[in-house]
Design a protein around this ligand. Structure first.
Ligand code: CA
Length: 224
């Protein structure tokens, strides 16, 4: 009998971290400084950050887009995987959060890789398409307001290169997506998002049950 997926208890997660995690000191600093923030739960986990750095390296990404920056942890994790001439366009609506993020990026010495744009995603992302960025991104990370996930995905699909990768965060929403009588609006939105992605034949996908659930979506080279 094949083994079923293991359940990752807190103890096992500590073990996993003890034998795999090598968090960059600037990332650790962001985590420590963000821990007292009322929205600290929005930080991605350190192993997710390490996974993102590796993914960006594996696919040889040079041009990335991040939708939802918060205090800059995931942006920095991505930037650390990029070559010196790599670029990230990072979008967030909060000046307060992103001014912290900018300080962190400067301290880590990667601010030259990051083009921060503060404003509404649903205005700034369509503007990228209008300005000729369609089909040019190697890697796109979606981690912003859940009600717009479907919209962000459609825009991200257009902006992504063929064979490019879209990563979407929080797609299992603490496991609540399987609850039948779930009243949590975000859980219902994510459930509908997950079904939509599954039915989209223009992409390949996998769901990584790490952190709060991560979708990896690869835009196919050709579509029929
Ligand atoms: Ca998130």
């Amino acid at each position: 009998m094949p083994i079923e997926s293991i359940t990752v208890s807190e103890k096992l997660l500590s073990y996993i971290r003890s034998v795999s995690l090598k968090e960059h000191q600037s990332l650790r600093m962001i985590r420590e400084r963000t821990e007292s923030h009322p929205c600290a739960k929005m930080l991605i986990t350190p192993e997710q950050g390490q996974f993102m750095t590796m993914l960006v390296q594996l696919i040889g990404a040079k041009k990335c887009l991040e939708i939802g920056v918060f205090t800059g942890y995931s942006t920095l994790a991505t930037a650390l995987g990029l070559p010196e001439d790599g670029k990230i366009i990072a979008i967030d609506r909060s000046r307060e959060w992103t001014s912290r993020a900018q300080r962190h990026w400067a301290e880590a010495g990667v601010e030259h890789k990051i083009d921060l744009r503060v404003g509404e995603g649903m205005e700034l992302i369509p503007a990228l398409i209008e300005n000729g960025h369609a089909g040019t991104f190697d890697f796109i990370f979606i981690d912003a307001d859940k009600k717009n996930y479907e919209n962000y995905y459609h825009l991200a699909y257009t902006l992504c290169k063929p064979n490019g990768l879209i990563m979407v965060d929080n797609t299992l929403w603490r496991g609540t997506v399987i609850r039948k009588d779930c009243e949590d609006l975000s859980a219902r939105q994510l459930k509908s998002f997950n079904t939509m992605i599954f039915n989209d034949d223009r992409v390949n996908l996998t769901i990584i049950p790490m952190a709060d659930g991560i979708h990896l979506i690869r835009k196919k080279e050709t579509t029929k």
